[in-house]
Write a protein that binds this ligand. Structure first.
Ligand code: G6Q
Length: 555
């Protein structure tokens, strides 16, 4: 990491103007900004349908927003947005389009890749998914011994796991009448073993989800699951009723032994981490039923239409992106916290980690040069209120500036526990306010006096009880965590990531770092199986392989 990278910005008029402006406003406190403009909430909030995006607690003025929008225009965000929706090969290192919006296109308009309207094949797969979902949920699809399916095990990893896993968790209240859905991703046998324990093979359906159908972890888990099933049911033919696949690779699915008739296709213009809207979302539909799955798609489509047509100044994904850039590149923020005040969104931070960090964790620009500026921050988070009792300390009083996204669903799914929901909502609002306001020395002094302290004892404690405040946050507020609301939230982040990639001049849609990991493990695995480290390693790696072989009793 060079100094240039940590402080650098692209050398363009809009960036230079933004940096000059930043020097003028960086000392402003959010308290002052809010105090001097009673209409700040109206000025700095936007709506997309039922979703509110409140960015009034950010360290910006009207002029900051103007300058950030100028940056977006200079970077040609509108042109790139048009190219994205036109199915151009925006994934320029792999020569692919990124047209996940077609998967949830409810408009009836064609969407094309290489001149071909992809909508007929999108609709055809959706129709097959619908039939299958209804057959499984309705009991028409039965296992090898004639039993209906009560449990679905989705086997996939990374982009073929995180989206459906997060969504199934989020939409659990809509699961009535559907099978229980389980997820296995890790090649650690503990994951598969713990999941299979207690499952009845006669009533269990496996969905093997892999875009390439060549991923080590997924194939190992699928093979072991098949062995479990065949072993328990005592019949190889049982595989036909208990295994379906989701992939772009028909031949590999057939070679694995799954009838391609039981494969649900998607296409190379769907990136793994953008694929939960495709057949990769099959377990979501199995859990919540077809109509609810369509509502998820509709929510995402509503955001697509907003992103595609709204002027940048009113465009929520663009605003989210620009605020991120403001903190990363001007304030030097290294991380970004995602804090869902909704327990069922507990997998959202992990999902967004992949979306943001795999998409924009890049250091080479479109011209093939190392960038001289920061790109994606580390994304992390946990649901509130749990996080408040743990890491919020650092958010309030630490030395790092951590911009936060609070995600709030106002109404819960448990009417009998409405008072819990009010506490949840109150905590979310109070945290955003406290991060913004902080506690001044005067306020802290008064509090300590009220507690009966005075003199030296008070003075000693005083600095510890002061909170600087001025910690920025956004609020994304939906009435309730419905499938539609979830679709909207995820699509907002997808487009945010794209806009940032345009501004940082990088490719959001490749993942060479992930590919590297897939290859490296293969070499070491062959050596572990052979019982000896190979010649190609550095001495430390050789020693480590030797140590693990000895511990496993093989060295
Ligand atoms: C996602 C990444 C990566 C990928 C997994 C699984 O964008 O490329 O997380 O989804 O490595 O790949 P397969 O679906 O091909 O098994």
């Amino acid at each position: 990491m060079t100094d240039n990278r940590t402080t650098g910005i692209p050398d363009t008029p809009a960036w230079r103007a933004l940096a000059a402006h930043h020097r003028e406003v960086r000392g402003l406190h959010l308290r002052e900004l809010l105090a001097r403009d009673p209409r700040r909430f109206e000025r700095f909030s936007r709506r997309v349908g039922e979703l509110l995006f409140d960015f009034s607690r950010h360290r910006i003025t009207e002029e900051s927003l103007e300058r950030l929008l100028a940056l977006a225009r200079e970077a040609d965000v509108e042109g790139w947005r048009a190219r994205l929706f036109a199915g151009e090969r925006v994934n320029f290192t792999e020569g692919r389009a990124a047209l996940h919006m077609a998967l949830r296109n409810r408009s009836g308009r064609p969407m094309t890749v290489d001149g071909e309207d992809v909508m007929p094949k999108v609709r055809a797969v959706l129709a097959r998914m619908r039939d299958f979902v209804e057959a499984v949920r309705g009991g028409a699809w039965r296992g090898h011994t004639g039993r209906p399916i009560t449990d679905v095990v989705h086997i996939g990893i990374g982009g073929s796991d995180l989206g459906p896993r997060m969504a199934c968790e989020a939409l659990r209240p809509y699961g009535g009448g559907g099978p229980r859905v389980h997820f296995v991703a890790n090649v650690d046998g503990a994951d598969l073993a713990d999941t299979l324990a207690g499952l009845d093979p006669e009533r269990t359906l496996f969905v093997v989800a892999s875009k390439t159908f060549s991923t080590l972890e997924t194939l190992a888990n699928a093979r072991s699951a098949r062995a479990w099933l065949v072993g328990r049911l005592g019949a190889e033919e049982a595989v036909g009723r208990h295994f379906v696949a989701v992939s772009t690779h028909r031949e590999r699915v057939a070679a694995f032994g799954i009838d391609p008739e039981h494969m649900f296709a998607f296409w190379d213009w769907v990136g793994g981490r953008y694929s939960m809207w495709s057949a990769i979302g099959l377990p979501i539909a199995l859990q919540v039923g077809w109509e609810r799955f369509e509502e998820l798609l509709e929510g995402a489509h509503e955001v697509d239409e907003h992103f595609r047509t709204a002027p940048l100044a009113d465009n929520v994904p663009a605003l989210m992106a620009l605020l991120g850039v403001w903190y990363v590149n001007l304030f030097g923020a290294a991380t970004h916290a995602v804090l869902p005040y909704a327990e069922r969104l507990r997998r959202l931070p992990a999902y967004l980690q992949q979306l943001e960090m795999e998409s924009n964790g890049k250091r080479i620009d479109r011209e093939g040069r190392a960038v001289g500026w920061r790109t994606a921050p580390v994304v992390w988070g946990e649901p509130g209120t749990n996080g408040q009792h743990a890491f919020f300390q650092l958010l309030h009083q630490g030395t790092e500036l951590v911009p936060c996204d609070f995600i709030l669903a106002v109404e819960g799914h448990e009417p009998e526990l409405a008072h819990h929901q009010r506490m949840l909502v109150a905590n979310c609002i109070a945290q955003a306010e406290a991060l913004m306001r902080g506690r001044t020395e005067d306020e802290a002094r008064r509090e300590l006096e009220a507690e009966g302290l005075a003199g030296e004892a008070l003075e000693r404690l005083l600095p510890h009880r002061v909170f600087p405040g001025n910690r920025p946050s956004s609020l994304i507020v939906v009435p309730k965590l419905t499938p539609r609301a979830l679709g909207m939230i995820v699509a907002l982040y997808e487009h945010k990531v794209f806009v940032q990639s345009v501004i940082w001049r990088i490719n959001a849609f490749d993942q060479w770092g992930v590919e590297l990991g897939k290859r490296l493990a293969g070499t070491v695995l062959a050596e572990l199986e052979a019982g000896a480290p190979g010649e190609g390693h550095d001495p430390a790696t050789r020693a480590l392989i030797g140590h693990c072989l000895r511990l496993a009793g093989r060295g």
